[in-house]
Design a protein around this ligand. Structure first.
Ligand code: ZN
Length: 284
């Protein structure tokens, strides 16, 4: 077991748990804890991962049950993030729904997600946004509409949003910032999940980058500032090992960087505690 001597609330800002295809919530949380991790922000997985296509609300409910299991059975603090993955919309269209029908279905579930945040069962809306693969311009229009709809809901309840999008550089960040401005959503609560080290305002336009915790990314990130979060996007899917970073990566990287002097302890507290508390309005 790796120790975290000063109990820095080391947070993986985007980590999945999946008892259907992987090791499930308690096992993943224990691995995370034993590597020095303390806080997991857990977005729901898409409905096809538990073989109930388009049961979006159930995907959210399942994730809340996983979070409860982790909080009851481990020392990790877990929080749920609920949304409808943009690929779900593509699949609705593939299955013969019209754009408008699909839009209504996704909107209804996002409304449900908003209610879960209001009821304090979840802390944020996500992952929402647009697909990482190319789509038709018609579909893109609807995906953007959904994205803005989610921002409006989040604005109503004053919660954060985690965006899943295509690979983003400055021009995408600028576009997402303009969406936030359009609906007057606070950009310091808008998180780009699966981000590169876009740390300065000139790079991210005020959106919060949740940086993939590879060595190189985090070295670049910390050389530019501390306004970022760290994540793995771990899928907990045994059929896709190594698809993303493993569940121990964020705590290992953080503790190793402190040891090497790349992070000060203060940096680590800022990234893992202050930033997380401010964005999600939670106490760690
Ligand atoms: Zn994800």
């Amino acid at each position: 077991m790796i120790v975290n001597p000063n109990e820095i609330p080391i947070t993986d800002n985007h980590i999945h748990v999946d008892p259907f295809n992987g090791e499930g919530p308690v096992k993943v949380a224990k691995l995370f804890y034993n590597s020095g991790g303390r806080v997991m922000m857990i977005p729901n997985k898409p409905s096809w991962t538990f073989n109930k296509p388009f049961k979006f609300n159930e995907a959210m409910d399942l994730t809340i049950s996983y979070v409860n299991k982790i909080n009851q059975n481990t020392h990790v603090k877990a929080f749920a993030i609920v949304g409808v993955h943009p690929a779900e919309f593509s699949k609705l269209i593939e299955n013969g729904k019209s754009y408008d029908e699909a839009y209504e279905l996704v909107k209804n579930s996002l409304n449900y997600g908003k209610k879960l945040v209001e009821d304090k069962k979840a802390v944020a809306i996500g992952e929402v946004g647009r697909p990482h693969y190319e789509v038709s311009s018609d579909e893109l229009k609807y995906q953007n509409k959904i994205l803005k709809y989610a921002l409006r809901l989040a604005k109503d309840v004053d919660c954060a949003v985690q965006l899943h999008t295509e690979t983003a550089n400055e021009s995408q960040f600028k576009e997402f910032a303009s969406f936030a401005d359009e609906v007057r959503f606070k950009k310091n609560k808008l998180i780009k999940h699966f981000s590169g080290p876009f740390i300065t305002y000139k790079e991210n336009f005020g959106i919060v980058p949740s940086v993939m915790a590879s060595k190189k990314n985090i070295e670049i990130a910390i050389s530019k500032g501390r306004n970022f979060l760290m994540e793995t996007d771990y899928l907990d899917d045994l059929s896709r090992p190594g698809a993303v970073l493993g569940p121990k990566t964020v705590p290992k990287r953080t503790l190793n960087f402190i040891e090497k002097g790349i992070f000060t302890e203060e940096d680590a507290f800022k990234i893992h505690k202050d930033n997380i508390q401010a964005i999600y309005e939670i106490d760690l």
